[in-house]
Design a protein around this ligand. Structure first.
Ligand SMILES: [Zn+2]
Length: 308
């Protein structure tokens, strides 16, 4: 989807530094990223490049992609699917509306793919959106990039002899989230409801919440077993054990944040106590990511505590 960037005055400081780092690094990666193919089970593959991870299912009925990264990646993703199958890319499922998961929709849509997503993904992509946490604004996407088929709770696509179950998880990463479970293959694409090896991004401006994300990860865990291959929104291929440990981390985070709020601590006081230092080594590759996560978690939980 098309986007423009804007700087919010209030975010000058750490937010701006992190933003500049993230956007210049992302632009560089998008120019050079190669698509790495990880064959999983029953003809399902994971493509890892830049932007959200992509699930691919190829077969006689055509190719299905889950998520489309960025517009610049359409040619490289198409070339990577050609190495698996000579069939056209017939379907795209989006896990949520974010630009790093839907940016290729326009290109694949023009090439004939039919796009499927949660109803709120359609709503958000068809209207102007903002991501204040990343200083970004988005124009409505052109019709060809929008889902032609939407669902609210769940939907099922039967393709290439497999069942792809789409299940909505409410108010987690956003209010547009759907996980895609390839039942017979026992492979699940979680979208950004679960990212591997990093603190999550709770996009409160898009209807996400920390408590919703914990509930969503538990719902995903209930769909899995020890053999399930989990394609996270970002990061390396994962499994139920790692997902479980991420839930424990989020629950502890929610507990500490709620306790701080009920004790009347300000965000500054909460941050000064380095409240998740014991988790940073495992979940924050860069130091500022812990601060960003604590800040977002505090602001998010505060919204719900105030309503009580
Ligand atoms: Zn996202």
């Amino acid at each position: 989807m098309r986007f423009t960037r804007m700087i919010y005055g209030a975010n000058i400081g750490l937010g701006l530094a992190a933003y500049l780092f993230a956007t210049s690094a992302a632009a560089q990666l998008t120019r050079t990223a190669e698509v790495k193919d990880f064959p999983l089970r029953n003809g399902v593959h994971m493509f890892l490049a830049t932007g959200g991870n992509v699930a691919v299912l190829a077969g006689d009925d055509g190719v299905l992609l889950v998520d489309t990264q960025f517009a610049e990646m359409v040619d490289r993703l198409t070339a990577a699917t050609k190495k698996i199958s000579d069939k056209p890319i017939k379907y795209v499922i989006n896990t949520h509306w974010h630009f790093d998961h839907t940016g290729g929709n326009e290109g694949f849509g023009k090439a004939g793919a039919r796009i499927i997503a949660h109803e709120n993904t359609f709503k958000r992509m068809s209207t102007a959106q903002e991501l204040p946490a990343m200083n970004m604004k988005f124009d409505p996407s052109p019709a060809v990039a929008l889902p032609v088929l939407t669902f609210t709770e769940a939907s099922t696509l039967r393709i290439n002899g497999l069942t792809a179950q789409m299940v909505h998880v409410a108010n987690a990463h956003t209010d547009t989230d759907a996980v895609v479970f390839f039942k017979e293959a026992n492979v699940i694409h979680t979208g950004d409801v679960y990212v591997n090896g990093a603190y999550p991004f709770v996009d409160a401006a898009s209807g996400g919440s920390l408590r919703g994300m914990i509930a969503a990860r538990k719902k995903i865990l209930a769909m899995t077993n020890a053999e399930t291959q989990i394609i996270p929104g970002h990061g390396a291929l994962s499994n139920a054990e790692e997902l479980k440990s991420s839930i424990a981390m989020l629950e502890e985070m929610e507990k500490r944040t709620t306790a701080a709020l009920r004790a009347g601590k300000s965000l500054e006081q909460f941050l000064a106590g380095k409240p998740i230092a014991d988790y940073d080594a495992k979940w924050a590759p860069r130091e500022d990511q812990g601060v960003v996560f604590v800040t977002r978690a505090y602001e998010d939980v505060a919204r719900f505590e105030k309503k009580k």
